[in-house]
Ligand binder design. Structure first.
Ligand SMILES: [Zn+2]
Length: 288
């Protein structure tokens, strides 16, 4: 039995590509419309099928024998089942260490794209049915591996961008650039005196947070605890102002939340791996 998957991408003729949550489908819809047209949420070629059991449990899974059609960095790749698989996935990401400037530039490029798509959502599109409006159109933003010009043959430079709404515990161990609108900010002091902060994304299913811990403020791009606290307070001020959405994009390993069974963190280890409303760490510090 292959792994149960929550989300898939639908590519229907004459319609814009979009992501679907398994619970929003039923067997009739699937058989008449979606069968053969669902692929992996992470942009892989692998086809996805839908199952609805008699007890109304619904899930997606990889089409028989297509496990190898997932990209090597995708958690649904055939070899990544179980804990051994997770280790392999981790090893895969360790192989594609990128320098901080490259990461920062990728985040800026992606920010530009998502910001355009969020703005675009305000306008009604004649091609959008009611279902798409419900989905807020955010799904069209690429979750696949994003290659910059001139680097098409250079696999080791890939960064996978993913909308926070589609990040799940299946992504544990992956290194992703995760983006979305912020809902709230929490911060505090650990027992050992180190500081932490969470930026919580607005999501519909899995709770997804950006996590900053000691590594974030103890490195060459930052100047310690006081500066970090000011950075966090300035983000809080931005989020408090409800008139405008605060958009964040962060790159890091997807880790498990300590105190909860569900939900994941994007663990960000230095200031070059985060942009908020298109502002860098340094720029955010100038807000107060
Ligand atoms: Zn895949």
């Amino acid at each position: 039995m292959s792994k149960k998957i929550m989300f898939a991408t639908a590519k229907l003729k004459g319609e814009k590509e979009r992501n679907i949550y398994c619970k929003d489908l039923d067997r009739e819809d699937y058989d008449s419309k979606y069968k053969n047209h669902l692929t992996c949420i992470n942009g892989c070629k692998a086809k996805i099928k839908f199952t609805q059991r008699k007890n109304n449990i619904k899930f997606f899974s990889t089409w028989n024998k297509e496990g190898k059609l997932h990209d090597k960095g995708c958690p649904y790749y055939v070899e990544y089942k179980g804990s051994k698989g997770r280790e392999k996935l981790n090893a895969y990401y360790k192989n594609i260490e990128l320098d901080d400037e490259t990461i920062f530039n990728r985040l800026k490029n992606q920010y530009y794209k998502i910001n355009k798509s969020y703005e675009g959502n305000e306008l009604p599109s004649p091609q959008q049915g009611s279902r798409k409006v419900e989905q807020r159109g955010e799904n069209n933003v690429d979750t696949f591996i994003d290659l910059d010009e001139g680097e098409k043959n250079y696999n080791s430079s890939n960064i996978r961008h993913k909308d926070a709404n589609f990040v799940t515990q299946d992504d544990l161990g992956s290194r992703l650039s995760v983006y979305g609108k912020l809902h709230s900010v929490e911060n505090g002091v650990n027992k050992d005196g180190t500081r932490y902060a969470y930026l919580n994304f607005k999501t519909e299913n899995t709770s997804v947070n950006i996590l900053f811990s000691e590594a974030f403020y103890s490195n060459e791009y930052a100047n310690g605890i006081n500066e970090f606290e000011r950075f966090i307070e300035n983000i809080k001020e931005l989020v408090k102002n409800k008139e405008k959405d605060v958009i964040a994009i962060a790159y890091g390993e997807i880790t498990k939340k300590k105190k909860r069974n569900t939900g994941v963190n994007v663990s960000v280890t230095n200031p070059k791996r985060i942009l908020i409303n298109n502002m860098s760490y340094k720029k955010i510090l100038t807000l107060s």
